[in-house]
Design a protein around this ligand. Structure first.
Ligand SMILES: Nc1ncnc2c1ncn2[C@@H]1O[C@H](COP(=O)(O)OP(=O)(O)O)[C@@H](O)[C@H]1O
Ligand SMILES: [Mg+2]
Length: 290
């Protein structure tokens, strides 16, 4: 097992001691070490970021415990030196990760985390160059991270996490604030990593088009509770998505419309607009040949 939540609750204290905000309410959840691409969705304030921060022990449970690989994270563990090992194995790409760039050059920035996790300078440098190639930013290695475009900065920040080769990747809204092309590039990058290495990826997003295109499993949070955990097809082929204030993916809106108006009977195993266009071409070819 990769990550396992056992009846986990998380409470935030308010200004007054008796004000308690229940961010996670008795969560049990199992995520495999390999082969999962989980989308974590739900409206703002539902607890997504808090849940994700528990997945690499950035937050400790108020109640219950979280097992991450062989480590058991319990409420009383503030100074456990083993937490560093956990954080190395589960890489966390924060929201707007580019805000954390700080070194003089992109190369130094990418090397920072692997060095911090104990890799020697030479290996960290080799790894940084390898990852920079993968992300197509090797030409930027000698530049200051602050002279890059938004999309390039985000890639540089992501490279720093990939460089220490975590076994599981956590992504908190990785496409937020990028233009459509940048969004596609980042998603293809993570998708290719997932396909090539079978690494489990857990991603928070508000974009249901991305969920429908990439996720293999969807976990829905509402008010700190899991209200759905299953396939994307079932989620959007029922009222569950509406009851959780989620939008329907555009491709499914279009399929509903075409099926209703033209009675085409297109199935929901169509995940992108491109796939839908291909199906429509086939349908019109059949009609023309009739
Ligand atoms: N540092 C904090 N202190 C107090 N309350 C917080 C803090 N972070 C989040 N919360 C509250 O916890 C709940 C869940 O927040 P969060 O995990 O950020 O949700 P999401 O990522 O789904 O928007 C919200 O009610 C939020 O206001
Ligand atoms: Mg959040």
């Amino acid at each position: 097992m990769g990550i396992s939540f056992k009846e986990v609750s998380h409470f935030y204290r308010g200004l007054k001691k008796k004000d308690i905000n229940i961010a996670l309410d008795n969560i049990s959840l199992d995520i495999n070490e390999k082969n999962e691409f989980v989308a974590l969705v739900g409206k703002t304030g539902s607890g997504k970021s808090t849940l994700m921060q528990h997945m690499n022990a950035l937050k400790l449970p108020s109640r219950g415990n979280v097992e991450i690989f062989d480590y058991v994270i319990t409420p009383k563990q503030r100074k456990n030196p083993k937490l560093k090992n956990v954080r190395k194995r589960v890489g966390f790409v924060f929201q707007f990760p580019e805000y954390q760039l700080f070194e003089e050059t992109v190369l130094k920035d990418i090397m920072f985390a692997p060095t911090n996790f104990g890799m020697n300078k030479e290996d960290a440098k080799a790894k940084a160059i390898e990852v920079a190639k993968l992300l197509n930013i090797e030409k930027l290695l000698d530049k200051s991270p602050f002279n890059l475009s938004g999309g390039q900065m985000r890639k540089a920040a992501i490279a720093g996490i990939l460089a220490y080769e975590p076994d599981i990747l956590l992504l908190d809204e990785p496409t937020r604030g990028l233009d459509p092309r940048g969004q596609e590039e980042i998603m293809e990058l993570f998708y290719n990593i997932h396909k090539k290495t079978n690494k489990t990826i857990i991603m928070i997003t508000h974009d249901m088009n991305i969920v429908y295109q990439y996720a293999t499993r969807v976990v829905v949070l509402n008010d700190g509770k899991i209200t759905y955990d299953g396939s994307k097809e079932e989620l959007f082929n029922s009222d569950i998505y509406k009851n959780n204030s989620l939008a329907k993916p555009e491709v499914l809106e279009l399929i509903d419309y075409l099926n209703e108006k033209l009675n085409l009977g297109i199935s929901y195993d169509t995940y992108t607009l491109d796939e839908l266009l291909k199906k429509l071409e086939n349908i019109t070819e059949v009609k023309n040949n009739e």
